[in-house]
Write a protein that binds this ligand. Structure first.
Ligand SMILES: [Zn+2]
Length: 60
């Protein structure tokens, strides 16, 4: 629950939210890409925090 392919995660440093529905234009990540499917070297496009620095957001 909450950690599926549509789960959004928030950077705990700058509060940037990765939303799979939007992808990430900075890294040229296609919309529909789950957080877990981001490249291992992906970092926050805003502050360069690693994936491990992201926290799961609770969905409605
Ligand atoms: Zn960040």
């Amino acid at each position: 629950m909450g950690s599926g392919p549509t789960a959004r995660l928030e950077c705990k440093v700058c509060w940037y939210v990765y939303d799979p529905a939007a992808g990430d234009p900075v890294w040229q990540i296609e919309p529909g890409t789950a957080f877990e499917d981001l490249p291992p070297h992906w970092t926050c496009p805003n502050c360069a925090t690693e994936k491990s620095g992201f926290l799961l957001l609770d969905d409605d």
